[in-house]
Every structure is written in structure tokens, then in C-alpha cells.
Write a protein that binds this ligand. Sequence first.
Ligand code: PLP
Ligand code: SF4
Length: 437
Amino acid sequence: MNQTKKYKAYTLRNFREIPQVQSILTEEEKQYIEVVGNVLPFKTNSYVVDELINWDNIPDDPIFQLTFPQKGMLVKSHFAEMRDTLAVNGDNKNEVLKTANKIRKQLNPHPAGQNENVPELNGQKLPGVQHKYNETVLFFPGNSQTCHAYCTFCFRWPQFTNLDNIKFAMSESELLAQYIKQHPEVTDVLFTGGDPMVMSAKNFEAHINPLINGNIPHLKTIRIGSKSLGFWPYRYISDKDSDDMIKIFEKIVKQGYHLSFMAHFSHPRELETVAVQKAITRIRNTGAQIRTQSPILKHINDSSSIWRDMWKKQVNLGMVPYYMFMARDTGAQHYFGVELNRAWNIYRKAYKQVSGIARTVRGPSMSAHPGKVLLNGVTTVNGEKMFVLQFIQGRNADWVNKPFFAKFDPNAVWLDDLEPAFDKDEFFFEIHDVLNN
Ligand SMILES: *Cc1c(COP(=O)(O)O)cnc(C)c1O
Ligand code: SF4
């Protein structure tokens, strides 16, 4: 029998209609959601609510934490500011928005210089494209700037709260194809968003065709970065264009491309439903490979047994563990952030309990301004305790895989918190940065 479900989105506007919210949450907890949800984006859906969240374990349930705003996600002063605005001016949308934007500005909405990586084609900026590492171009289709639900920790949150800035140009993928044609170093296009799998099959195909029919021999891999398997697996089994989407995947593979579905899973619970397992099978049967990635987050997955179980289950379902990320320095990082030292310990403890087949995973990794930086370990040299780091990807490709060292700091959560070891003034890549400018 086919599994079906009707997609229903819940946001600030209608979350009080969710039966489980009505019967389980206190009025106070609903108010927390309203206060925080007016600053950070809030959206969940019928699958997450009915099949993923364990409502007997509220508010600690990891999937509840993943999609429902929690009081602690705003620092006390921000929380009080929004609570007071809602109490006095709750009916005045402009006032609420003014307070929200004021708070948002203080939450580092554009980390890692994302706006710097926008390339040009014949002197024109390509706004939906980022090209930071030689081989891989990121593509943000204008019609995928949303997701089937929103992760409360997401670093892309300014996109969801600022939707009026986003334009959809019909020709954007034609321009992308032209750009890649002029850049023989590019082998991969990564569709991202939001979530590109919120697009209809028809729209997705319109984006894919210029790439795979564009006579670009150096383009080899199409990647799709998506949380749809976690948030809406029915996308591949019972939506009205599920079969069409599957056919597009088949077409990409048949034309000789490697199709890599970069699936975002935050918790092993997301791998347990009948729907997700069916969806995984369907996608794999197209010839696509599914690789998995997630940030490590307090309140959601900061334990080694969770990661061990997640990697094991992923391999069991035919997927390839790929990245464990550090939480970005944006939004509610004070709530979700795990210290580097702790993340490495969790990673190592999980890693040593899985077979080599699951040790394709790399982490913990920070997507920072100079590149993707891997924390390889903690060690002591001549009595000085230090972090051993290396670039997985670098703004300068030559930085990759050279070990470098930072003073050990148990409280550091991000690259910016680190200082060079051995009493050096700068990290090697900072010196290069100056020379290159
Ligand atoms: C992570 C990332 C990529 C892809 O890197 P891989 O290591 O090839 O998976 C590409 N561009 C940007 C900006 C990234 O952050
Ligand atoms: S699915 Fe991805 S882009 Fe969407 S909210 Fe979650 S982390 Fe952000």
C-alpha cells in the first residue's frame, strides 16, 4: 500500500490549531513560541508534528527543539524586548517588525562573508550564485528560498524573514550554465536554498535542463542539498509530482552525471518512519547517491550515541555519512553552540564505534570565512596543549590539508575564538590573506 499524507504547514499564524499543541502545551509555553517566533522564523508541518515529535517528551524532545521556537533561543534582554512589544503593541505589525529587525541585526545575520562570494558573468553579478571553492558552485534558485519546515538554528534565517529581497529571474539557470561554461575548474553544481526540493518537478527541471543540456563537458556532478527527507519524505512518494521528480533524477543519472543528494538529518528519529525509508529507496533506485550531513547542536544531537546510531542507520539504509558541522556563529548560537573541544570528543567517541564503511564522515567542521576548517584533534606538544586543525576547503586551494595549531581553549566554539599556538601572532592563512589582498 502506498503511504500518503497531506502537507499542512504550521506557522505563528496557526500553530495553536495543532491538536498536540492544544492538549499538551501550557499557555505560557505557547507565549514563548509567539515571542521567539516573531524574531526567528517558525514553520513546522503535519509530518513533523504527527510522525517525528514525541509529544510525551516536551519540551526536551529533539525534534520539538528542532522546529519549535524555545524561550532560551533569545537572550533574556531580547526576549523581554519582544515580549513587551507584543504586550503593548501586539496589534501593530510595523512595531513588531521594527523590534524584530532590531534584534535580528544583533544576531550576525550574514556570517562567513557569504555576500562576498557572488561571481560575475561578463561584468554582471550573478545574485543566485556563490563560488568560493574552485570545483563547486552553489546555486540558490529564486523559487527555493523556503523549506518544508524551518530549523530553529538555521543560519539561513535572514532569507526567510526577508523574503521581499528575493527575485526570481527565469533565466537564472541559463546564466549559471554560461558561467560554468567559462569556468573549466567547476565540476560540481550544488542546488541549495532554503531547500530546492520545495520546488515543483516542473520548476526543478527548468533549472536542470540548461545545465545537463548545455554541452559543458567539465560539469560532472549535480548535488542537491535538502532536508526534505527529514521534513517531508512524502515529496518522493505521494506528492502529486513525486513521480515526475523521480524521473528527473533518473534523467540526470542516465545522461552520465553523478547525482549526489546531500541529505540533512539532525537525529536518528528522522530515519525511522516508513515514509522516509520508502523515499530513500526511491531516490537510491534512480542511481543517485545519498550523502548525509548535519550540524552538532545542543538540545538536539550533542551526544556520541546519537551520532553513532545515526551513522550506523544511514549506512544501513544505503547512505554515505559526509559531514558533521559546527553550529554557525549566527542566530541562536548561544543556545545551540557546542564547544569545539566537546564536539571533537563526541565525534571521536561516535567515530570509534562504527565500522570503516561509516568513517567516510568528516568533522567537526566549521564553514568559516577562510574556508571549511576541520578540528582534527587535541594534542600536547612540548607541554603546550593545542588544537590540531586543517582546511577541508580553502578560499585559497593551497591551504587544504596542511595541519595548523591553535591554543587549546575549552570554551572556544568557533574559529574566531582561537589563537595560534607556539606564540605565533597569526595563523598561516591570515598572513597569506594579507599578501593576497
Ligand atoms: C561546503 C561548501 C561547498 C562544498 O564543499 P565540499 O567539501 O565539496 O562538499 C561549496 N561551497 C561552499 C561555499 C561551501 O560552504
Ligand atoms: S532545512 Fe536547511 S535551509 Fe531550511 S531551515 Fe533547516 S537548515 Fe535552514
